[in-house]
Design a protein around this ligand. Structure first.
Ligand SMILES: Cc1ncc(C[n+]2csc(CCOP(=O)(O)OP(=O)(O)O)c2C)c(N)n1
Ligand SMILES: [Mg+2]
Length: 730
């Protein structure tokens, strides 16, 4: 491995040994014939690169002293400082983890930001670190328009697309956006990451969008060091993959040469800004210090390759450009390097004694803030305004959601409804019918068939001030994009101490019991993948009136608290009209009055029986109510609790209703393992409930096609039998 000491010695020798340049150069003049880069800017780039390099050395030194927790370095990638110089500090940036040069360069463009302190506090995992508050080592800062990223490679690219689309859309809709209308959104990533399906999907979505003439001001930057940890990228692959994509302008440059990198970046940024088309900037770089501090690079890289990389050190190249244009002498270049080193080392000593995160409360405070009173006030204020959409008679679940979406689109100017088939067709089940006609294609639109990109548009849109309501056509299709909710949406406030938020309400059609439309993918009941995501709100309405009221709550919580909400709609109940008997209209309900809402985490109880408490949700509610009537005929009084929220669970309501009977039957249409009932039983036990508990669930199986589905899904006879059994047991 190229060790820090070796890298340090090489720079001193190479920069110090540069042939002297001409007499004093003019800092205002281009540093190279035909280039747009002037001397002052190149000096700023150099200073940023020096800081970044010394930050990498300091991170290792801090680790050795037991006070540093992150050693993935930017060494060899410092050419990205030129990228920052070619962009505006108001251009939103979603950065690769080797972006020290970029960060330090952008910080120089904004008064009051000390990038050295920021980065070192991040390495120290200090609570005083300005963006993540020590929760992760990230490059991010609101003042620098840098949105912090997680460690999942390429997972930020769908979001970047959403930011690029959102900046223009927010301006069009008159919604306040943190970034200007003509901003270029920049996202950088590594060469191996470029192969990740998330990257490929997002880039494809950008091309697909631009191909239709829709503005996509997105600059994609691949920092290609030729390797991903230990696996080489086939030479030429990145260019071959992205060099000739329809709708994507491809530019390449030597990322180790600051002048070439700057000129290419300026050209690319200019194209994106003026034409509102995506561009792919391919910068070749080198990687020093291995993949991370623990990486024994010598095991998989030949000494000759390491030596070849060293000869391309971007810091030496910048020093050479400065010396060659008479802006510095070789000795001055080295002195500047040493001065930066001293500054960084001083700051590193201070960072070692910085304040760590102290408690779970402190860590979790920004995770998912909740202000129920403010949410309630917002619902009342907002929905009181638009009464035009309220229906006269009772409505179905699908109609209620449709009316509520219309009401809320009329209420929140930044709300956008989008997904597969939601626009012209109005959704597979007609839930979004008529909304595009009423609110226009800027607010209600069809997307391409890619759930990761749909969620990415929401993730980025939320950052730009929009209130995204994406639709996932079926619950099964959420799973191939789950990381966009789990790793991205749900972590945004956590990793930015609440400075960035991506409010959204993800509507998902789900659960089983569809008649005549079978198979696993249309009858998925797997909610376990959502229930363990910290901070996520999961709404699971069953009744039409609750659905509308809960959608109001979710939009208000998203607007007020930046909440990430998943709104699970039971497909089988969309058009259900009756409860007990044909024609009884028992599953219809009046559209809720203006201002009515359901607070997050509040259940609803039906009946006042004292024999047992049936705890349920979704299709289970209808089955339980039907069973309760039959039990009543047998002299058994049941009360039925509809949870309505699967996260956070309505624990207080649950405990109260459980204690009223001392016998609880959990009626759970999801699976026995990983399903909702496990959480309900645990919540009751945790709260000190000591009565009886039983549960009935669907089988631990996928749902087969046709009538065979009934063999694995929970049904009413099973519920009834369990209820009777519970009473017989005492
Ligand atoms: C989705 C995902 N899979 C695997 C990893 C583990 N991982 C971290 S970095 C990396 C290599 C990335 O290489 P490249 O994109 O070329 O970036 P470089 O480190 O070379 O700059 C891998 C496999 C990850 N962070 N995320
Ligand atoms: Mg790489």
């Amino acid at each position: 491995m190229t060790a820090p000491a070796e890298l340090d010695r090489h720079f001193r020798e190479a920069a110090g040994g540069l042939p002297g340049g001409p007499g004093r150069g003019d800092p205002a003049a281009p540093v190279r014939a035909g280039s747009r880069l002037d001397g002052t800017t190149l000096l700023a780039i150099f200073d940023a690169q020096l800081e970044s390099r010394h930050l990498d050395f300091a991170a290792r030194w801090m680790q050795q002293h037991g006070g540093g927790y992150y050693t993935i370095s930017s060494a060899g990638h410092e050419g990205n400082a030129a990228l920052a110089a070619a962009l505006r500090p108001t251009d939103p940036a979603l950065l690769h983890y080797r972006s020290g040069g970029f960060y330090c360069a952008r910080a120089r463009q904004v008064p009051g930001v000390d990038p050295v302190r920021d980065v070192l506090l991040g390495v120290a995992a200090s609570a005083d670190e300005p963006i993540a508050g020590g929760r992760h080592k990230v490059f991010g800062r609101a003042e620098l328009a840098i949105v912090p990223q997680t460690s999942t490679v390429a997972s930020h690219l769908p979001r970047a697309l959403g930011v690029a689309l959102g900046t223009g859309r927010a301006a069009k809709l008159g919604v306040a956006c943190p970034w200007p209308r003509d901003a270029v959104t920049m996202a950088s990533f590594g060469d191996a990451s470029a192969n990740h399906s998330t990257a490929v999907g997002a880039i494809n979505a950008a091309c697909h969008t631009a191909y239709q003439g829709i503005p996509v001001p997105l600059l994609l930057v691949c920092e290609d060091n030729g390797i991903g940890i230990s696996v080489p990228t086939p030479p030429g692959w990145v260019a071959a993959s992205f060099g000739a994509r329809p709708g994507l302008r491809y530019l390449a440059a030597d990322g180790c040469d600051p002048v070439a990198a700057y000129d290419a970046a300026a050209r690319a940024a200019g194209i994106v800004r003026s034409r509102r088309r995506p561009a792919f900037l391919h910068l070749s770089t080198v990687r020093f210090l291995g993949h991370a501090g623990s990486d024994a690079e010598a095991a998989y890289r030949a000494p000759a390759d390491l030596a070849a990389d060293l000869a391309r050190d971007p810091l030496v190249a910048t020093a050479a450009a400065l010396v060659g244009s008479g802006l510095l002498t070789p000795a001055e270049a080295v002195a500047r390097y040493d001065a930066a080193g001293e500054r960084v080392r001083d700051a590193a000593e201070r960072a070692l004694s910085s304040r760590p995160l102290a408690s779970a409360t402190e860590i979790m405070t920004p995770l998912a803030p909740r202000h129920p009173e403010r949410v309630a006030r917002r619902v009342t204020a907002e929905t009181g305004r638009d009464r035009a959409t309220a229906a006269d008679g009772p409505v179905t679940l699908a109609q209620a959601v449709n009316l509520a979406l219309g009401e809320l689109l009329g209420t929140y100017p930044g709300m956008c409804v989008f997904g597969e088939d939601v626009g012209r067709k109005g959704g597979v089940y007609g839930v979004t019918k008529g909304l595009q006609r009423r609110f226009g294609p800027a607010r209600v639109f069809d997307t391409l068939l890619d759930e990761q990109s749909i969620l990415g548009v929401a993730l980025g849109g939320g950052l730009t001030g929009l209130l995204p309501v994406p639709e996932i056509q079926y619950l099964a299709y959420l799973h191939n994009a789950a990381d966009q909710i789990r790793g991205e949406a749900a972590t945004q406030q956590f990793f930015s101490a609440g400075q960035f938020r991506n409010p959204m309400v993800v509507r998902v059609a789900g659960y089983a019991y569809q008649k005549g439309f079978g198979g696993h993918f249309h009858n998925d009941n797997a909610v376990g993948a959502l229930r363990d995501i910290p901070g996520l709100v999961i709404a699971s309405p069953a009744r039409p009136d609750d659905a509308a009221a809960m959608l109001r709550t979710c939009l208000a919580a998203a607007a007020e608290d930046g909440s990430v909400c998943v709104f699970l709609e039971p497909i089988a109940l969309y058009h259900t009209r009756d409860l007990h008997d044909d024609g009884d209209g028992g599953w219809l309900a009046a559209y809720p009055a203006p201002g009515a809402h359901v607070p997050v985490g509040r259940a609803r109880t039906y009946g006042d029986g004292t024999g047992l408490t049936m705890v349920t949700f979704g299709n289970g509610l209808r089955m339980s109510l039907r069973v309760a009537r039959r039990l009543a005929a047998r002299g058994i009084g049941a009360r039925v609790v509809d949870l309505r929220w699967l996260a956070p669970l309505p624990s207080d309501d649950l405990l109260r209703e459980a204690r009223l009977t001392g016998r609880v039957l959990v009626v759970d249409e999801t699976r026995r393992t990983g399903g909702v009932s496990e959480g309900v039983v645990t919540a009751l036990t945790d709260a000190g409930y000591t009565g009886r508990i039983a549960r009935v669930t669907s089988k631990d199986s996928f749902v087969p096609l046709g009538p065979a589905a009934n063999a694995v899904l929970l049904d009413e006879p099973t519920i009834e039998k369990a209820a009777v059994g519970l009473l017989e047991a005492g």
